[in-house]
Design a protein. Structure first.
Length: 190
């Protein structure tokens, strides 16, 4: 049986954000509700990020209290910061019949896969590590040190793709977009 819960995981720089935007635009065009989960994080906001829209930016104390209160469906430490998916938000969206998209790292994805075996888990891989470095550098959001740390993490992350139901290689944006839309909007994706 197919599920309304979609997990998208990718090393940063794999083109995940662009692909997700394409999927959300498509959903809007066909009048279908897709709820993109807003995670909690202890990371500091980047320029232009809006609290409550991109993330809910919380303190480490607040985050830890939410873990104790079992308020997260999953949570993980990514690049030294804490990230968690709010349980209520996801359950409410699923209960009103909306599709839900989680854009989370592989550690969180594996927790969701364990609890929701029907969830459609999607792993997006970058064309190559060199291309990944290029994309992260071009994006201009992170220092060289952070980029190198992310690339190391990406290599570990790439090994996790076997645990996902679907693998999309983002060599061509058009093909990758078609693949993602097919998984998310086809009636039966088995
Ligand atoms: P960024 O801080 O660059 O937005 O995200 C860093 C990483 O954290 C990305 O791989 C992103 O998918 C992941 N991430 C964002 N939100 C969550 C979450 O709620 N849970 C987990 N496990 N990872 C998350």
């Amino acid at each position: 049986m197919s599920s309304n819960l979609f997990i998208v995981t990718a090393p940063s720089g794999a083109g995940k954000t662009t692909l997700i935007k394409k999927a959300l635009d498509y959903a809007k065009n066909i009048g279908e509700e897709v709820h993109l989960a807003v995670s909690h994080t202890t990371r500091k906001p980047r320029a232009g990020e809006i609290d409550g829209k991109d993330y809910c930016f919380v303190s480490e104390e607040e985050f830890k209290q939410s873990v104790v209160n079992n308020e997260y469906l999953e949570h993980a430490t990514v690049h030294g910061n804490l990230y968690g998916t709010p349980r209520n938000q996801i359950e409410n969206a699923l209960n009103r019949g909306s599709k839900v998209l989680l854009e989370i790292d592989w550690q969180g994805a594996l927790q969701i896969i364990e609890h929701f075996p029907n969830a459609e888990s999607i792993f997006i891989s970058p064309p190559s590590v060199d291309e990944l470095r290029h994309r992260l550098t071009q994006r201009g959001l992170d220092s060289q040190e952070v980029i190198e740390r992310r690339i190391k993490g990406a290599q570990v992350e790439l090994d996790q793709s076997v645990h996902f139901k679907h693998q999309i290689s983002n060599i061509s944006l058009d093909i990758a977009t078609k693949n993602l839309l097919n998984i998310m909007f086809r009636e039966n994706h088995g």
